[in-house]
Design a protein around this ligand. Structure first.
Ligand SMILES: Nc1nc2c(ncn2[C@@H]2O[C@H](COP(=O)(O)OP(=O)(O)O)[C@@H](O)[C@H]2O)c(=O)[nH]1
Ligand SMILES: [Mg+2]
Length: 329
């Protein structure tokens, strides 16, 4: 049975690499479900990825991210570029299900367009990138999509994730998202390569772009790129040409002097750091679980010990018990 499944997976990979949509979709599903073959798939896919250009789109809910992505898809396709989209939808906190409306709306109608759109639930990572969305993006890259767009809601952690996974980050705001402190709080200031003030048909668009400009000026971070600000009305396709050109000018900036390579290496280092940490945590937690954690909880509850030192001692003693910690001779 095992061998049969491996053959099926191999065929799926082969067909996906040829660009067959249904196979790509199935392959992503396997990875998303954390199938036993997921690591195998990623291993096989890896050598084929790395050719696409990754664009991250983030911002508050309702800012017009999907509408903008929809317009961008059209423009990339017009220029004969194939596009893969990963839309990380916020899970409903009640059902754990995902709002699939976006998927329907973003379906651009044209036979000539080479577009693959995938909605993913953000799972339990609140507002964050679905844990597997990076893998899905890599699959689309390997399967020949030249532009990969990842849309995610910019609340909480996700902005860091998207900055770690893409080459150009678009932060989409609206006149309504006004309060500049909110932008700062969401950490969006630091990660934006391009600001989009969408719904510029509504009052206040100029104000927000002025306040963004002010914040950028006050920001102490050293940048080799001045984030650009574009005013758009995505729903009526206004300002989209400038935004499109802006994306390419950031691309040009990155591809000069190996900046793109540096950025990607930095991201990879960060990703590996996180993954290695997670692997360690899993191993350690398994070990710790075997011990009686209830007693430790009780000790800290009764204030016989403090959580910080307790946790540290707990890990050390677990490591020592398992012989993983070098014992003094
Ligand atoms: N007035 C106005 N409404 C817009 C504009 N762009 C998008 N919308 C509307 O805003 C709502 C949310 O857009 P959507 O793209 O789903 O936002 P997302 O949650 O950020 O992906 C939809 O009803 C859009 O039609 C715009 O430029 N002007
Ligand atoms: Mg959306």
């Amino acid at each position: 049975m095992k061998i049969e499944k491996k053959e099926l997976v191999d065929e799926l990979i082969e067909r996906s690499l040829k660009g067959e949509k249904l196979s790509i979709s199935r392959l992503i599903s396997l990875v998303e479900r954390r199938d036993e073959y997921a690591p195998y798939i990623m291993e096989k896919i890896a050598p084929h990825a790395g050719r696409a250009y990754y664009i991250g789109v983030t911002g508050p809910p309702g800012a017009g991210k999907s509408t903008t992505v929809d317009r961008l898809i059209g423009m990339f396709c017009k220029n004969n570029l194939s596009v893969g989209v990963i839309a990380v939808d916020p899970s409903s906190p009640f059902s754990g299900g995902s709002l699939l409306g976006d998927r329907v709306r973003m379906n651009v109608k044209s036979e000539k367009m080479d577009v693959f759109i995938r909605s993913m639930s953000s799972g339990r990572v609140m507002g964050g990138l679905a844990r597997t969305s990076k893998e899905a993006a890599r699959i689309l890259d390997a399967c020949g999509k030249q532009i990969i767009i990842i849309e995610t809601v910019g609340v909480g952690q996700s902005e860091l994730d998207i900055a770690e996974a893409t080459d150009t980050v678009l932060v989409i705001l609206t006149p309504e998202s006004g309060d500049s402190i909110q932008i700062m709080k969401a950490g969006l200031m630091e990660i934006a390569d391009i600001f989009v003030v969408n719904k510029a048909d509504r009052p206040g668009a100029e104000d927000i772009s002025t306040s963004i400009r002010g914040m950028l000026k006050r920001s102490l971070r050293k940048r080799d790129w001045d984030p650009q600000i574009f005013l758009t009305s995505a729903s009526v396709s206004k300002g989209m040409d400038d935004l499109y050109a802006g994306i390419w000018s950031h691309y040009d900036h990155l591809t000069e002097n190996l900046r793109l390579e540096e950025r990607r290496k930095r991201q990879l280092r960060q990703e590996l750091h996180t993954r290695i940490e997670n692997e360690f945590a899993k191993i350690l937690w398994d070990m710790v679980q075997k011990k009686d954690i209830d007693q430790v909880v009780l000790d800290t509850w009764l204030r016989r010990a403090d959580p910080q030192n307790t946790a540290q001692q707990f890990v050390l003693s677990s490591l020592k018990e398992s012989g993983l910690w070098p014992q003094k001779q």
